[in-house]
Design a binder for this molecule. Sequence first.
Ligand code: PMP
Length: 387
Amino acid sequence: MPLDPYAWIEKSLATIHRADWYRSVTTIHGRPGATVLLAGEEVINFASNDYLGLAGDERLIKAAVSAIAEFGTGSTGSRLLSGHRELHRELEQAIASLKQTADAVVFSSGYLANLGAIAALMGKRDLILSDQYNHSSLKNGAILSGATLIEYPHCDVAVLKTQLLEHRHNYQRCLIITDSVFSMDGDLCPLPALLDLADEFSCMLLVDEAHATGVMGKTGAGCVEHFGCTGRNLIQIGTLSKALGSLGGYVAGSATLIDFLRNRAPSWIYTTALSPADTAAALAAIEIVQTEPQRRVQLWENVDYLKKLMQSQLPHLPLLPTASPILCFQLPSAANALNIGKQLQEAGIFAPAIRPPTVPTSRIRISVMATHQAAHIAKLVSVLKEN
Ligand code: PMP
């Protein structure tokens, strides 16, 4: 009897179970929001990336529904063939206006934006330097490009400089890639120092603003604005699926960069254009980001309130360093994190355990929304106190 070539899959799943790394989906019913229905029970939602509470906003829903009525459900083709609509261009111009860049190009997801941009810009003779905690899409974009990939310790500019001194001269082009808000930690990359190094060593810099857009900076443009780096030459990536409450991704930067990506990024050229509904919802969201700064003010008030309560009432649960609405506390094991996540859910709080291989150490990740009420935050802290 020949060996079953698929037998290893079951064994591999068993290993995942043994390590407490097994994952499965949880079903949410109804619309997204500060509270959601999870397994039939109403829970306070600290698990969402919908930082401004726009994914369930009537204006986004109306924009999506009208776009479907006018343009249909599917884009029917890639942007360069039959998929392009004026709506896509309007969204790209709105992103460029928010980011204060010359142009932008919209992808079907943030993941595809990272894969496509990095693969288009870099090749076999090039060097990519990547923060060790970068998102999977940056890491896989680097692998896809075929460039030599070196990781630097998290946010460690001194080591990055040493690596540049040692390796930069052996390669043609060089690209530094980093999340701006680290998605599973909540801290920020040292953007001004990275830009200075990029200048010094003639490197490009690509920064992933997925968790920063709509959240960081006075106008919600992201960490580039937060650090006063607007207008500097760099490549900004982001998603439409977090604070912008829709689906899709983008690259923003110089007109030449965007023109080049439209000709070379495989995950833009060979995939169907973003659906009319997603495009219209994101466009409506950017207008809200630009005209309703009070949402951001409320978000940061909520973050401050939660931090203050945690520091005073839960000193045994120190937060990982954070400067964003993502707040995490570490736990000794994956089993422990799973257990706390389960207890929280039973007490009406949805804040998931994040485990390896997503992160090196297990933790509970809390993400704060502008639409959380003070009572939601107080309840989270009182439940954590009991557990
Ligand atoms: N970059 C980062 C830092 C992210 O956290 C995510 C989403 N988890 C992405 C990119 C991918 O974005 P999208 O969900 O739009 O594919």
